[in-house]
Design a protein around this ligand. Sequence first.
Ligand SMILES: *Cc1c(COP(=O)(O)O)cnc(C)c1O
Ligand code: SF4
Length: 358
Amino acid sequence: MADDRDWKIQLKYRYLDLASLPPDFEVSGGERAFAKTMAGAQVPPFAVTGYYLSLAENRVDDPIRRQFMPSPEEARTTPWELDDPLGENRFSPCPRLVHQYRDRALLLTTGACAVYCRHCFRRNYTRREEGFISDRELVPVESYLREHGEISQLLLSGGDVLTGSDDRIGNLLSRLRAASPRIVFRVCTRIPAVLPARITAGLLSVIAKEGPAWFVVHYNHPRELSPESLSALARIVDAGIPVLSQTVLLRGVNDSAETLAELFQGLVAARVKPYYLFQGDLAKGTAHLRTPIDEGLMIYSKLRTMLSPLALPSYAVDLPGGGGKISLTDGALVGAADGCRTYRSPLDGLVYRYPVEN
Ligand SMILES: *Cc1c(COP(=O)(O)O)cnc(C)c1O
Ligand code: SF4
């Protein structure tokens, strides 16, 4: 099995600028020009691991390439798009913590990711590349958890918590466990899809020791289920940790029922339960990666005829501005007006809008 040095080297020496990409990897003039403007722009940095790059085919419309390659289209923002598309700032009782649902909270453990997804909805956070949560920053989080015993699940999100070392993760989990002895951790991570060597025996024993924990992994295309990635998933499940997956419905990546069916069946074969299929959030500069909601509903109704409920995730959207997650297929729709659909939030009873067109 991969040792701890492998992934650290792969992470450290991932590609961080377009100029360092292998010479046979084609970069267009537009991409090169856009990359030069990125430093001051409101977009996540460029980073891709050699492993994830190796999954891409060398053509501009390749579905893997579209997910890591910065596009000049990111400079375009639409009137509906927001800096904080989920309204997370509204629900943040202290830095790094988001408490929107009564019994669940979310911790922004770090802003770092192994690969920055061009569709990232938390791009305003990841672009700052905030470091791993420090001991000092943990203090208010611990007191909040102590005072809020109703929180039974804590999502470890970011950024990607598994970019941290085993020691840091172990320290984080044991402090959170001490503050809230019965809490269930959800490790939300894209790592098995972009840096599978990170899933080491050492990491899994740290997590299993501080459990109960679930993994929630992020896969968008069947080609991401490579032999290396499948074996990383098998290591997690074999360590006794249950695994769910999330997928974002992305234009030009997975916007067809056949592609998604292959992905979800592949995940089930890897003993992973597809949990959510997300409609794209209204993050700035991501319109070219969003599939319109009506098209999403058509794809989903086709998926329903193709898949067992075991393989079928719930098709959901985070209501823009902080209305929370709703299923798009069970009656939350209350109306349509001015080029948008309206949905009632189960959290605050208010009506929120999502545009029909990008
Ligand atoms: C998605 C999310 C959760 C978890 O929601 P589930 O529907 O239980 O998966 C919790 N907190 C925040 C802020 C979220 O965005
Ligand atoms: S791994 Fe998650 S947090 Fe990081 S860029 Fe991708 S979607 Fe955003």
